[in-house]
Ligand binder design. Structure first.
Ligand SMILES: C[S@@+](CC[C@H](N)C(=O)[O-])C[C@H]1O[C@@H](n2cnc3c(N)ncnc32)[C@H](O)[C@@H]1O
Length: 256
């Protein structure tokens, strides 16, 4: 099976699970806190995300933080709770914007967290800059001709990683000096050198903060990637990782 067909199968499996999941609660517990979950917003409990390792991100050193594709807004709220004064959550899905606002209100940080509907950086205002920019992107590289603009395809798929490329390029113009990009990303069969190659092309120093092997994942992930899906491709080596990308100077030193 081709790598992209395998990624399509994984994504479709998660979408089907979402639509048949009658036990999905409108309030769920995650990272020790309660969160509202609106319909048609990515439920983090389907697959662990970078928020599990939020304490590895130096929010205390940041005064401004941008969460791309904020979904229910967990990382935005955690950044604000950790002391970050200005947090912006952006999402192409209007339900995710509302959901992030609800969770900011639930955790009493609505005065610091602003959520906006945005296609990547389209809703960024002139002059806005950030100390940290994070995304848990749609990281399945499905074939372009099967992907549409429905919310679930936008959430799951990024044919040829074109969104990811635009996200990283755009981040470079929006970081304050010393700022960093954080990315939660997974690679199955296709393109394991993608992030390293992109980092080199864009002059970013890449550091792996956490790496999670499929064999070590909690039950929630095993549900999302059942054996028959994972075994559909030989040599599938799925892993997830939290990455830090730091802009470098021309001589290769990290900018501070
Ligand atoms: C895998 S979900 C992650 C959601 C949330 N950050 C989390 O970790 O739970 C990817 C998110 O990116 C959003 N997204 C996809 N394409 C986007 C785009 N072009 N601009 C902004 N957000 C986008 C989706 O709507 C979705 O909320």
């Amino acid at each position: 099976m081709e790598a992209r067909d395998f990624e399509l199968l994984i994504g479709q499996n998660i979408i089907d699970k979402y639509h048949s999941d009658v036990s999905r609660e409108s309030v769920f517990e995650w990272v020790g806190l309660e969160w509202d979950l609106l319909d048609d917003v990515w439920p983090p409990i389907y697959s662990p995300g970078g928020e599990l390792y939020a304490d590895e991100i130096p929010f205390v050193e940041m005064s401004s933080f941008l969460e791309m594709g904020c979904g229910v807004g967990i990382m935005s709220v955690l950044a604000a709770l950790a002391g970050c004064r200005t947090v912006v959550g952006l999402d192409i899905n209007p339900a995710a914007v509302r959901n992030t606002e609800m969770n900011a209100e639930r955790h009493s940080v609505a005065d610091r967290v602003t959520a906006r509907e945005s296609d990547l950086y389209s809703a960024i205002r002139p002059g806005e800059r950030f100390d940290g920019i994070y995304w848990n992107p749609p990281f399945l590289d499905a074939p372009e001709d099967v992907v549409d603009s429905s919310i679930w395809h936008e959430t799951m798929f990024d044919p040829a990683y074109s969104k990811l490329r635009r996200f990283l390029r755009g981040a470079l113009d929006l970081l304050n000096p010393g700022g960093r990009v954080y990315l939660w990303f997974g690679e199955a069969l296709g393109n394991p050198s993608l992030i390293g190659d992109l980092a080199e092309e864009l002059g970013l120093q890449l550091r792996t903060i956490k790496r999670l092997e499929l064999s070590a994942v909690p039950e929630a992930l095993a549900d999302a990637f059942p054996d028959h899906v994972v075994n559909a491709a030989e040599h599938a080596q799925w892993h997830l990782h939290l990455l830090e990308l730091t802009p470098m100077t021309r001589n290769g030193a990290a900018l501070t």
